[in-house]
Design a protein around this ligand. Sequence first.
Ligand code: MTE
Ligand code: MO
Length: 536
Amino acid sequence: MDRAEGPPRPPQHPRHPRHPLGAAVAGVVAACAGLALAELAAAAVRPEASPLTAVGGAVVDRTPAAVKEWAIQQFGTADKLVLTLGIVALLGAVAVGAGLLAARRLPAGMALAGGFGALGMAAALSRPEATWRDALPSLVGGATAAGVLYLLVRALRRPRPAGTPVGGAWAMDRRGFGRLVAATLAVSAAAGYAGRRLGAYGSAGATASRAGFRLPPPAVPAPPVPAGAQLRVPGISPFITPNGDFYRVDTALVVPRVDADTWRLRIHGEGVAKPLTLDLRELLARPLVEHDITLCCVSNEVGGPYAGNARWLGVRLADLLREAGVRPPSQGGPADQLVARSVDGMTLGTPVETVMDGRDALLAVGMNGEPLPFAHGFPVRMVVPGLYGYVSACKWLRELRLTTFAAYDAYWVRRSWAAMGPVKTQTRIDTPRASAALVPGRVPVAGVAWAQHRGIARVEVRVDGGPWQEARLGDADGVDTWRQWVWSWEATAGRHTLQVRATDGTGAVQTGERTGTLPDGATGWHTVTVRVGSGP
Ligand SMILES: Nc1nc2c(c(=O)[nH]1)N[C@H]1C(S)=C(S)[C@@H](COP(=O)(O)O)O[C@H]1N2
Ligand SMILES: [Mo]
C-alpha cells in the first residue's frame, strides 16, 4: 500500500524513526558541521580551545598514571593520535544516536547534540590557563550541530513533492535532504579549511620570530665532543641525537607556538628578594653557556626509546636565581622547590638545592646549534643534568616560582609520581636487535649507558647468564651525557640471551631488580634474546 494514500501518520513522535539511515546521516553531518565551525572559532580564540583538543586534554589530565604509562608504552608518541581518534569515534557514535533520537523527538536529539557542545565547554574551561573565551568554540560547535540537526530532520520529515514517483520505504523528499547534506558538508569543509588558514595566520608571528632568531655565541662554549665518543658500530644510537629524532613527551595535544617577541619570564615567590620579569632580549643579555646533556623520561621502560643527547645553549639558572636574591636551603633559603610553569599550564617542580649545587642547570634557547624546535619548547625551556624531564625540563617556560615541596604538588606529583626524580643508572642494547638475522662468529653488541651527573665508569655484558664481561667504552663527554659502549661477542648457533649493566661514576652498580616506571623510574637490566643461525 502506498502510505501517502493512507490516513496521515502523526509526524511528531513515531515509535521508530521512519528513516533510520537518513536520521543517522543527519546526526553525523550535524556533528561534522559542529566540529568544523568549532575549529574555525578555535582558530580565532586559541588552538587549545578546540573541542577535540579540550576534551582530549581534559582526558589526559584525568587519566590515571598507570593507564597513561600503558598508553605511552603501547602507542609511543602516537598516543595523542590514538586518543584523538578515540574521541572522534565516540563523538561519531553519539552523533548517530542524536540523529536517531531527533527523528523521533527532535528537541531531545538537538539537546543531545548540544550537550556534547556543553561537554566541550566544560572541558575547555577546566583546562589550566583557561578563560571564558575558551568556551566559545564548543558553544559554536554545539549550537551549529543542534541547528543543522533541526534542519536535516525537518527535511527528512518533509513529504515528497507531489507527482514524484513512489519508491521503497522512503516517503521523504530525498532530493531535498540530499541537497541539504551536500550543502552542509561543503560549508563544513570550507569552515575547516578557513580554520586551518586562520590558525596558521595566528601562529605566523611565532613562526617568524623563530625563523628570525639568531642564537648568540656562547660566553662559555662546550669543548668539542671527543672524537672517540662516537663508536663506529652500525645500529648504535648516535652520540648526539639530531633534533628531528629527539624523543618527545608532553601533554600538549597541539604544540604551543610561542611568539619570542612577546615572550616573558617571571621569577618570583618565597625568598625572592628581587622578583624579575625578563623578555628574551634581556635574558640573552646574560652570559650564555653551552653544555652537552642527556635528557631522559621517567616513563622510559628498561631498553626504551625516551632518552636523547643534545648540545644545549642557555643561561645558567643558578646565576639567574642568585640575581633574584634566591638562596638554596643549605644557605638558609626558605624555598626548597622551584616550580616551573609553561604557557600551556604544565607545572614541574625541581629541588632548588639541585639547581644551585654547581651543575649546569640551564634555561636553554639552543638545541644542537638551532633555536629550540617548537615541539621541544621554543623559545625557552629548562634542562637540568641528572633529573628526569618530569621534574626539571619544562618546555615553553613562562614562570618560575619559589615555594616548598610541603606547600605545593606539581602536575605529575598530583598524579602519583615521586616529587624527587633523580635519574637512575640505565643501559640499553641498541644492537643486535631481537629480530636480527645473525650468523655465528664475531657480533658487536653495543648501545648507550647513562647516569647523568654521576657519569658512567663501566659497562658489562653477559651471555646466557654467564660471567659479566667488560665492554669497551666510548670516550666520556663529561658526566652529564650518556656513553656509548661495545662488546665483541663470539656468537655460536642457537638462541642466546644478552644482558647489560653499568656502573656509575660513584662506583654503584646498576641494580638488576626489575621495577616499572611508576613512581620514580624503571630499574633492571636490559635483556635481548637473539637467534643465531647455523652458518652463512
Ligand atoms: N610544558 C611541558 N613541559 C614538559 C612536559 C610537558 O608535558 N609539558 N613534559 C616533560 C617531560 S615528562 C619530559 S620527559 C620532557 C621531554 O622533553 P622533550 O619532549 O623535549 O624530549 O619534557 C618535560 N617538559
Ligand atoms: Mo618524562
